[in-house]
Design a protein around this ligand. Structure first.
Ligand SMILES: Nc1nc2c(c(=O)[nH]1)N[C@H]1C(S)=C(S)[C@@H](COP(=O)(O)OP(=O)(O)OC[C@H]3O[C@@H](n4cnc5c(=O)[nH]c(N)nc54)[C@H](O)[C@@H]3O)O[C@H]1N2
Ligand SMILES: Nc1nc2c(c(=O)[nH]1)N[C@H]1C(S)=C(S)[C@@H](COP(=O)(O)OP(=O)(O)OC[C@H]3O[C@@H](n4cnc5c(=O)[nH]c(N)nc54)[C@H](O)[C@@H]3O)O[C@H]1N2
Ligand SMILES: [Mo]
Length: 773
């Protein structure tokens, strides 16, 4: 039995989201990380106009913030970055890299901040310090000699607009569009679906829409854990009597009720605001079917209204003026039998009809969603189905209505805006050519899945990562780790040690950077950066904490260092001048994208941010037809998981696994092994299962099981030693944690058009391996 599962403690999922539990958690992590600044003073500056943008999620930062505009997750992220723990020179004298392979994700990052540039030394199997100049020179020499079309430039969605712009330019001046980013595992299904249907690859709503809406449909997003500041908007909406209808296979605590930890009265009286007015526990992957059901019920209501001479339920004027594809969509919905809808969604017709009734009575509806929709084989279609639902009553482009993807990393949306994309058609290549007098590469680059395929095929000579923990975040862990070790060169710009460093290429460099919360001093004085939030608002962010080490460089300085050592000099790009004064990078960004970023330096401190133009929000549809498009789903079953590879699975034995996050983590950064919301403490090696499925397999709470992904492609995919936790989850579905369950996901198991790994519906077989201790 693993060390972890011995420590497992299971309790009833208890306290509401927010509340005293949240206050306790914040205090605990501030103490545990021995943060360097006066915590409360720093936290007061979080998400304020003159302060720093939280490094946790991408939720909007209001123009009139709460005095404490942060949440439990944001406070944890701040403490984690400003920790006084640091990896000193002696750390690697005590631990070989091979030894570190057996450490948990938590243990690796908990060593604290990386403080000096490091290079792996084969003789001692440790990382050894080297100077920045030597690091840049060696990396530059290696990149110059590599096959340029095959080098990969990954980025994780935290880096600022300034850094991201420079990084995209570096890749293109080097010679390729291989710019995969964490978005490829996340909301790429959104970017593809929304671009196609409404002509903008981003959401259409702003914070004010939450104040004006009269109904919210909420799909597959765990707000209490992953974007807790949004609970304020939801709580306010609930107080106005706004119904919130939730589609989620798990009963998530934060979607059930909320206590505002910033309201003394609520805290003292233990008041809770119920969040969801109707909670539909569908099967994972059942959203397309569920939304088909909603639409079918809406057509029925419209038929009845027509027959009875009442006002139409469909917004026929909007549909006629603003959409195309309606007739085909209507025909598909009417032809779709309720039996199929009920079977595929796992929901009863009556429950869907009730939700549709609420939708039909509302004048302004928001469609909010997260990874529960995007990380499926049919992830793009799921998002298009939300658009279909909204279009039926003109719920895009009017106050209080719209589509609201909840983005993950704090600048993941912004990175796309300034050119981090493998799709050349999404980057202003002609403009870059004119601005910098070089020939930008025109071939499509690799996204995340394609980069993995190329790594597995041993075709990638070098992998450069701007943040993140690529190897731990991607699927197909076993094959990927083996191939990763054969990469000739890995270069990683990072703040903390992670698995991506301890499993490394034949030559490997770790370049430690400043975090966004830290003061960034350059020749031109203290610098600020910018980020774009989930509602397309762009904000300034000023670092406030003393850096973890004087040897750290900022991300722009590191990108510039690599660029100078790798690229031929170009008189139009003065990397050093950019680093001395980030205002000049913003001038360059404004020149490339004048429509979005004109007067960038003047506007970056606008309270609430300045908004990037989103045509769809004004009903200007930048689609081929000039209209918003209805999409006919490819038909039910909507979840063709493992479609081309059923393997040895016996249908009745397979369960559908989806992977989720706990409040003790930010992606692969594991703050603690506790999940307060789900009542699981001390271990993440657990499997949430319905009591019915447990009874069928004669499993008791705490019994240990192994999971196996059945497929006949010759690859063995297993995770061993998960303790069973009984949970309120549909029969036939089980849930486990990301990244612990990633070894179960085949690389080919991804969304069809966006290639987002389908981490929310993996067929698995369960084998008993031991009884509860
Ligand atoms: N504290 C914290 N904050 C974070 C992160 C973090 O790890 N920790 N990560 C950040 C990042 S990068 C991202 S992308 C976001 C992720 O935030 P979310 O989008 O909330 O992602 P997940 O935690 O993966 O959970 C998705 C939810 O979908 C549900 N679900 C699973 N399958 C289905 C399905 O088929 N249909 C439906 N309707 N629901 C389903 C799950 O039960 C879960 O509640 O959060 C960001 N914020
Ligand atoms: N099974 C499964 N897999 C998933 C998901 C899932 O739901 N299920 N979710 C997917 C999603 S939505 C995402 S976004 C990806 C996440 O994939 P990534 O973005 O690649 O991973 P993170 O865990 O966010 O990266 C953490 C590391 O980033 C570095 N870091 C932190 N702050 C900074 C900084 O300021 N600068 C720099 N340079 N580095 C920094 C630290 O070294 C830290 O160890 O994972 C995906 N993988
Ligand atoms: Mo994400």
């Amino acid at each position: 039995m693993s060390e972890e599962s011995r420590k497992l403690r299971i309790e009833k999922p208890g306290m509401p989201a927010g509340g005293w539990g949240s206050v306790g958690e914040v205090a605990h992590i501030l103490l545990d990380q021995r943060t360097v600044v006066k915590d409360s003073a720093l936290l007061l500056k979080q998400n304020k106009t003159d302060g720093f943008a939280c490094v946790s999620c991408a939720w909007a930062k209001p123009a009139n913030p709460h005095p404490l505009e942060f949440c439990e997750s944001g406070a944890k992220a701040t403490a984690w970055e400003t920790t006084s723990k640091a990896i000193g020179a002696d750390f690697f004298e005590r631990h070989t890299v091979t030894e570190l392979e057996s450490w948990s994700d938590h243990a690796l990052e908990d060593q604290g901040r990386l403080t000096v540039p490091l290079r792996w030394d084969a003789a001692s199997d440790t990382y050894r310090p080297l100077s920045w100049e030597t690091a840049f020179a060696e990396i530059g020499a290696a990149l110059r000699a590599a096959e340029r079309e095959q080098v990969v430039f990954y980025s994780s969605g935290r880096a600022s607009l300034e850094t991201s712009y420079m990084y995209g330019l570096l890749a293109r001046m080097y010679g390729n569009n291989n710019l995969p980013d964490s978005s490829n595992m996340c909301h790429e299904s959104t970017s593809v679906a929304l671009q196609k249907t409404i002509g903008d690859g981003v959401g259409t709503v702003v914070l004010d829409d939450f104040a004006q809406t009269d109904c919210i449909f909420f799909f597959g997003q765990n707000v209490g854990v992953n974007s807790p500041r949004m609970l304020h908007q939801l709580q306010e909406a609930r107080r106005r009597g706004v119904p919130i209808i939730t589609f989620n296979p798990l009963r998530e605590r934060g979607l059930v009720s909320f206590t505002n930890p910033q309201s003394p009265l609520e805290m003292l009286t233990k008041q809770e605001t119920p969040i969801s007015t109707q909670y539909l526990q569908l099967m994972p992957g059942g959203d397309t079917a569920a939304i088909m059901g909603l639409c079918k019920a809406i057509f029925d209501l419209d038929d009845a209204a027509l027959a009875g001479g009442a006002a139409r339920v469909l917004d026929t004027a909007f549909i006629a003026a603003h959409t195309d594809g309606f007739e085909a969509f209507e025909a598909a919905v009417r032809a779709c039998p309720w039996t199929d809808i009920e079977r595929e969604s796992g929901l009863a017709r009556a429950a869907l009809e009730r939700a549709a009734g609420v939708y039909a009575r509302a004048e302004a509806v928001l469609g909010v969603y997260g990874m529960g929709l995007t990380q499926h084989r049919n992830g793009v279609q799921n998002v298009a189905m939300v658009v279909n639902l909204l279009l039926l009553r003109g719920n895009i482009g009017k106050p209080g209505a719209g589509v609201c993807p909840v983005r993950g990393h704090s600048n993941v949306q912004g990175q796309r805006t300034v050119g981090i994309t493998e799709k050349p058609e999404l980057a202003p290549l002609d403009k870059l050519k004119e601005q910098y007098a070089f020939e930008p590469p025109r071939a499509t680059g690799m996204n995340t899945v394609e980069a993995c395929e190329a790594i597995l095929a041993r075709k990638v000579p070098a992998f450069v990562a701007l943040g993140g923990n690529f190897l731990r975040a991607v699927p197909e862990t076993v094959l990927m780790e083996a191939a990763w070790r054969e990469l000739p060169l890995t270069v990683q710009v990072s703040t903390k040690l992670n698995r991506n460093h301890v499993i490394h290429g034949k030559a490997s460099y770790i370049l430690p950077c400043l975090g966004r919360i830290e003061i960034d001093r350059q020749r031109g004085g203290e610098q600020a950066v910018t980020v774009e939030d989930s509602t397309a608002c762009i904000h300034g962010s000023r670092g406030m904490a003393e850096p973890a080490s004087p040897a750290l460089l900022s991300e722009p300085a590191i990108v510039a260092g690599i660029a100078r050592a790798t690229l031929d000099a170009n008189p139009r790009v003065d990397w050093d001048a950019w680093v001395a004064d980030y205002g000049r990078i913003r001038d360059a960004i404004a020149e490339t994208y004048p429509d979005i970023f004109h007067d960038f330096n003047a506007r970056m401190w606008t309270p609430g941010g300045f908004r990037k133009p989103v045509g769809a929000a004004r009903r200007e549809w930048k689609t081929e037809s000039g209209k918003a498009g209805f999409t006919v789903p490819e038909g039910l079953p909507g979840n063709p998981d493992l479609e081309h590879d059923a393997g040895d699975a016996d249908d009745s034995a397979t369960l559908r696994l989806f992977t989720v996050r706990s409040d003790g983590q930010f992606n692969t950064t594991v703050y603690s092994h506790d999940d307060r919301f789900r009542g699981v403490y001390g271990s993440r090696m657990v499997l949430f299962m319905s009591r019915a499925d447990m009874a069928r397999r004669a499993l008791a709470q705490g019994d240990l099981v192994n999971l196996r992904c059945p497929s006949n492609d010759g690859v063995e995919r297993r995770v061993e030693g998960l303790a069973v936790v009984p949970y309120d989850i549909p029969e036939g579905a089980v849930a486990g944690y990301f990244p612990e369950c990633n070894p179960l996901i085949p690389l080919w198991h991804h969304a069809r058009e966006s290639k987002v790994p389908a981490a929310k519906a993996i067929d698995v077989l369960v084998e008993r391996s031991g009884s509860a201790p």
